[in-house]
Design a protein around this ligand. Structure first.
Ligand code: BEZ
Length: 251
């Protein structure tokens, strides 16, 4: 996650992220009057759905463009680094969809902040990329870079834990983990694989000079076509979700 998101482009090419989150919203089960923090709220689409169920929502995101877009939906969105949450026992629940996998470098600070932000007994309900997520996409990117003499591995911007590792991590931070499971969810990319790469992997594509970028994307596409493009020509991302519910113990 970074300050680079452009809300309009995200809504156009990655609208599926919010559309597919309905089961997670149901798992959160927001109640009227509850205070809920949406961590990595993006353009506020899901925050607005939570608010529509009667909860009082605060969103945080580190992208000014996303915060602007969320505010335009009427969300109390705050420009914040998720590793520097300022809240103390203020929220009945913390919710996060498709954001935590961008926070790997400072995950311990993020989780400590989430724990602090919850009231005793409050819940942390989320979904992120889990172990094996975008395995084909990642391998194709790394292979295409390697052909150009570039090692992309130190630059991978995401982290996809196993359910076991995530349980352990949450427990280390004091959470009681109610569930943590991997859910394979092939995800239709109506905008195609190139749009996905440009939107989500610009740091990796940027490892080659600008004049080599189109050829790099074409190479990645060629490598992925046999496994991620179906007989109707539709592209699918090999997503694996890590869905979890954890709780700050009641005092
Ligand atoms: C995901 O939602 O799993 C994801 C999206 C973009 C890049 C990496 C992972």
């Amino acid at each position: 996650m970074g300050g680079r998101w452009e809300a309009e482009r995200y809504a156009r090419d990655a609208g599926f992220v919010a559309e597919l989150a309905r089961p997670l919203l149901d798992l959160l089960d927001p109640c009227p009057g509850e205070r809920i923090l949406d961590l990595g709220c993006g353009d506020g689409r899901l925050s607005a759905e939570i608010a529509a169920r009667g909860a009082l929502v605060v969103g945080v995101d580190n992208s000014p463009d996303m915060v602007r877009a969320a505010r335009a939906r009427g969300i109390d969105a705050r420009l914040r680094d998720a590793a520097e949450l300022p809240f103390e026992a203020e929220f009945d629940a913390v919710f996060s969809n498709a954001a935590l996998h961008w926070m790997g470098a400072r995950m311990d600070e993020v989780l400590a902040g989430v724990f602090r932000a919850l009231v005793p007994g409050g819940r942390f309900v989320g979904e992120m990329g889990g172990f094996g997520n975008i395995a084909a996409i990642e391998t194709a990117i790394l292979a295409a870079l390697e052909r150009r003499g570039v090692d992309g591995r130190p630059h991978l911007p995401w982290t996809f834990p196993t359910a076991t590792a995530w349980r352990e991590r949450l427990s280390r931070h004091g959470f009681e983990v109610e569930r943590a499971e991997l859910i394979p969810r092939p995800t239709r990319l109506d905008a195609g694989i190139e749009a996905w790469l440009e939107l989500f992997a610009p740091t990796l594509l940027g490892l080659v000079p600008q004049d080599g970028r189109a050829a790099l994307v074409a190479d990645i596409r060629r490598l992925l076509e046999p496994s991620l493009r179906d007989e109707a020509g539709v592209w699918w991302a090999d997503y694996v979700r890590l869905r979890f519910v954890a709780r700050r113990p009641a005092a």
